[in-house]
Design a protein around this ligand. Sequence first.
Ligand code: DAK
Length: 257
Amino acid sequence: MQYIKIEKQPQDGIGIIYLNRPEALNALNTELMEELSNQIVEWDYDSEIRCIVLTGSEKVFAAGADIKQMAGKGAIDMLMIDQFTKWDKIKRCKKPIIAGVSGFALGGGCELVMHCDMVVASETAQFGQPEIKIGVMPGAGGTQRLTRAIGKVRAMEMVLTGRFITAHEALQYGLINKVVPVEIYLQETLKLAKQVASMPPVAVRLAKEAVLKSFEMSLEEGLIFERKNFYLLFASEDQKEGMNAFIEKRQPNWKGK
Ligand code: DAK
């Protein structure tokens, strides 16, 4: 792979994907997106991986879609490239994805962060939707996920002025989980990922699915969906193991079944 690096830590159940196109601040060209989405699909079906970490470098997470690749394109070219199919593969990942963000997460980079389930940021992280400054607007969730995450007026300001927000603002707005010093952002991201990976995998999968449904369903429909997943877990060996381990005052031994 040319634009991402991967590292598997099967002993902890985690897989790390590093966006790795430093010469263009990890701009998301179609090739990078192809590699990234394929890797996420592969790990979604890999039983050794229970949580995926997506990160860049200390300097940059991703400065957005590749402007040089897009600049000369017409509407039909964009339609035919159909990058949304690749984004949808990330959206459909059933395992938790945790973003570790340092430096810029802009445009498609910020939208990629919002595809993730949790976000740990370094103090140097900056988030923005600056597409307006280059004559377009967010095209991969920046008007929808951002608005749901931080509310209308804050999203409007970011989308209509292109202003970057700092990691501390992003934390205050509820866009990210925590802010840590740059030296330890990856370590802290991995710590969170290992914690999630140590939980019973079927319950994690159904819980993630139920939380995400809250963005798409009415409260009533969502509660019914949640209840069905809850009942379904009583068909798992891990439910018996978890509850028996509690009663017997011992650590559970998850089977993922
Ligand atoms: N694309 C291509 N190259 C980029 C880039 C980008 N987004 N961002 C940076 N680079 C390149 C620069 O051109 C430069 O390359 P050389 O000139 O050295 O060859 C190199 O990276 C270093 O950048 P700078 O010299 O500009 O570095 P600075 O530290 O001075 O500035 C910066 C850093 C992040 C503030 C600045 O580079 C910047 O403003 N970058 C552009 C940020 C931006 O506007 N991002 C939004 C792009 S539009 C879609 C999905 C998603 C999207 C669209 C469709 N579908 C699913 C259909 C998303 C759209 C976008 O993200």
